[in-house]
Design a protein around this ligand. Structure first.
Ligand code: PMT
Length: 307
């Protein structure tokens, strides 16, 4: 492990539920005694960077978690077991079609003072509850929440190490928007920063890129998909390809901020494949054809690894 990464982990505040998370992960992986089940870790939403140890303020980013939540549903449909590593409060699998404040919007009182689902949401609520419960009960969906960059990287490391035994059957689909800069824990003030002290001067240091160590050390046999987001389409594909080479990713999904729900480009060693949402179908997602494509590539990778 390089020294920046080592120092990040040594100085990060310890994960509160480390033992519980570790047990959940072990049980989830052991759920299949053939060790032939495919498991994908889908990361989703954005990490925060706290500015105070007793955190009142933090730096955040735009990610809604839609990509991760939608992709999780399609992976489950394709027969994968999914570890959904998500930012608390972001979009969840199976409830994407419900309104924001679903609890208050979808239910109403009856004359007998019971609570029932409103007619307009009846189908959506039934489908969401049925599919979500089915996935959890079948042991194919494990949801692990994070908020800060410290929690995210520590849990990701635990997932990588636990899934190592699955070899090429494990996949990492890294759709989370991970902070590039942070305040190291030991140089962070303990108490709320006082506005009376005048303009704020904070030094942010670079978050070590964990893609290299994840790919080469933590889970060297797994199949890796990372994402590249840019707002300038002119540099997107070039940067995606640079990231693919630098971190030895099996594919990089390139997306532009404003069109990310309509199309993405999958950049592999030999191809740049444009993937679009099916516009002729209302409510269709770009994640549907995207996951179909990646599942095919993962199958080929498993086959190659076994020969
Ligand atoms: O959540 P939505 O609103 O649906 O939006 C989806 C999305 C746009 C967030 C998603 O499709 C996406 O592009 N996610 C990656 C965004 C991002 O952080 O891009 P990047 O260029 O900063 O990072 C590229 C890759 O490096 C990412 O896979 C990231 O996990 C990884 N990274 C980033 C920083 C860091 N310190 N270490 C990393 O390994």
């Amino acid at each position: 492990m390089d020294s920046e990464m080592k120092s990040f982990f040594e100085t990060a505040p310890p994960l509160k539920e480390r033992d519980i998370i570790s047990e959940k992960l072990k049980q989830f992986i052991q759920n299949d005694d053939t060790n032939r089940r495919r498991v994908v870790c889908v990361t989703s939403g954005g990490t925060t960077v706290p500015l105070e140890q007793r955190c009142v303020r933090y730096i955040d980013n735009f990610s809604s978690g839609y990509r991760g939540a939608a992709s999780t549903e399609y992976f489950v449909k394709a027969g994968y077991a999914v570890i959904f590593l998500y930012r608390r409060g972001t979009c969840q699998p199976y409830s994407r079609s419900l309104p924001d404040n679903a609890f208050l919007e979808c239910f109403e009182f009856t004359h007998e003072s019971n609570i029932q689902v409103r007619e307009t949401y009846s189908e959506a609520v039934k489908t969401a509850i049925r599919d979500h419960h089915a996935a959890v009960e079948r042991g194919v969906l494990l949801k692990l929440p994070f908020t800060t960059i410290f929690e995210y990287l520590q849990i990701l490391q635990m997932i990588a190490v636990t899934t190592r035994s699955l070899g090429p059957h494990a996949m990492f689909y890294l759709a989370a928007a991970v902070s590039d800069f942070y305040v190291p824990w030991e140089s962070m003030v303990e108490h709320k920063i006082q506005s009376a002290s005048g303009p704020l001067d904070i030094r942010l240091v670079q978050v070590p890129k964990m893609l290299s160590v994840l790919r080469k050390k933590w889970a060297p046999m797994a199949f890796f998909i990372s994402f590249k987001l840019e707002t300038d389409i002119k540099i997107l594909l070039e940067k995606a390809d640079m990231a693919r080479k630098k971190y030895e990713m099996h594919a990089v999904v390139a997306n532009e901020l404003l069109t990310r729900k309509e199309e993405v480009v999958v950049v592999t060693e030999n191809e740049k494949i444009s993937v679009h949402r099916d516009k002729s179908q209302a409510g269709s997602d770009v994640e549907n054809p995207l996951i179909e494509l990646l599942v095919g590539r993962h199958s080929a990778y498993i086959k190659d690894s076994n020969t």
